[in-house]
Design a protein around this ligand. Structure first.
Ligand code: KG4
Ligand code: ZN
Length: 354
């Protein structure tokens, strides 16, 4: 079975073709980073309009470059949520309409399920059951995964997601959007011993997260440093603060992952979503899992952030189980992953077997 995947939930237009025999055949991505950079963050209306401009030419380019005829496609998967409603509607409308015109089924995919399954695109994929740590710009979730569609939420963010905390702190440091990778780059030059940030919610039981306090801690540290060293701060001080922030997020995620691994008794951890591209986080999580006698799995860095490949793959899982959408175009901007069990009437509202 050959599936075209379309991702348009936020600020990347991603398309890919996954083949159940041959694996990933092709993928292409158009990032809107330059478009939003002047505003310091994603402007939803601009995002929707850019998806409209880019998605069809990108699909055409994908098919041309991979020398694939649309006739050979067996289904289309598009991100149906969660995400920005206008942006989601572009991918859903294009995906659903192309599937209708090509006479093939279409399926709406949960964006976070896409992230969660992305490590399965790699040569050494994880086996069920596992704990998944989803760390993106909108989510910080620990999920118990016992099979495709079998997701139980173990922990969630009470306020800012990890990626959001990276982005907001990067902004305080005067770094350009998107802040996460920029902050990580600056942290490379930082002295880990100069500042110490708290590890929020690690001193009490539970698997929930709260990162908004770290951003405030960063602001206070910056204000104090500026009083002593002047504004703008020397680059070294900025790097030291970036490093202390990154270490605090990494350490907090590591502590909660270890707790989830011990509580479930599982030996496999999957980490995915934009923040899982962070080099120090991957290194720390891998070391922790080795110590626990288990193994950690990640997508390749380019599939940690939003992409079409993960949507094609997650869509294939649903299409092969016989799920597809009726002709209506429906998106779900807020959507719990626990509602995804196959055959569950509370799953994606427009999903139906057949
Ligand atoms: O998964 P993703 O591409 O989009 C969402 O679904 O949200 O995640 C984007 C987030 C942003 O907050 C970005 O700053 C963060 O992932 N991110 C990083 C790194 N690369 C991306 N955060 C820390 N270190 C990185 N290397
Ligand atoms: Zn994402």
């Amino acid at each position: 079975m050959r599936v075209l995947g379309i991702e348009t939930s936020c600020d990347e237009t991603g398309v890919a073709i996954y083949d159940s025999d041959a694996g990933l055949l092709a993928h292409a991505l158009h990032s809107q980073v330059e478009l939003h950079a002047a505003y310091g963050g994603v402007v939803p209306e601009l995002a929707s309009r850019d998806h409209v401009r880019k998605v069809l030419p990108l699909i055409r380019q994908l098919l041309d470059e991979a020398d694939i005829n649309a006739d050979s496609l067996d289904g289309i998967a598009y991100t149906a949520g969660p995400g920005l409603v206008g942006a989601l509607l572009v991918g859903a409308a294009v995906g659903r309409s192309l599937a209708w015109s090509w006479g093939i089924p279409a399926v709406g995919v949960h964006h976070m399920e896409g992230h969660l399954l992305a490590p399965m695109l790699e040569a050494h994929p994880p086996a069920f059951p596992f704990v998944a740590m989803l760390v993106s710009g909108g989510h910080t979730q620990l999920v118990e995964v016992t099979g495709i569609g079998q997701y139980r939420l173990l922990g969630d963010s009470l306020d800012d997601a990890a990626g959001e905390a990276f982005d907001k702190t990067a902004k305080l440091l005067g770094l350009p959007y998107p802040g996460g990778p920029e902050l990580a780059r600056l942290a490379e030059e930082g002295d880990p011993k100069r500042y110490r940030f708290p590890r929020p919610m690690t001193d009490r039981p539970g698997l929930d997260f709260s990162f908004s306090g770290l951003k405030t801690f960063a602001l206070n540290t910056l204000t104090d440093a500026k009083q002593q060293e002047g504004d703008p701060l020397p680059r070294q001080t900025q790097a030291d603060i970036a490093r202390a922030f990154e270490d605090a997020v990494v350490d907090t995620l590591k502590i909660k992952c270890r707790r989830a691994i011990r509580e479930t008794g599982f030996k496999t951890l999957v980490m995915a979503g934009g923040v899982s591209a962070n080099r120090r986080l991957r290194q720390q999580i891998s070391e922790m899992m080795t110590k626990e006698g288990g193994e950690a799995f990640y997508p390749r860095p380019e599939f940690c952030t939003d992409n079409g490949a993960m949507i094609a793959f997650a869509g294939w899982q649903r299409l092969k189980a016989g799920l597809s959408e009726p002709l209506g175009i429906k998106v779900t901007p807020r959507w719990s992953m626990e509602a995804l069990a196959f055959g569950d009437e509370d799953g994606h509202p427009s999903s139906s077997a057949g």
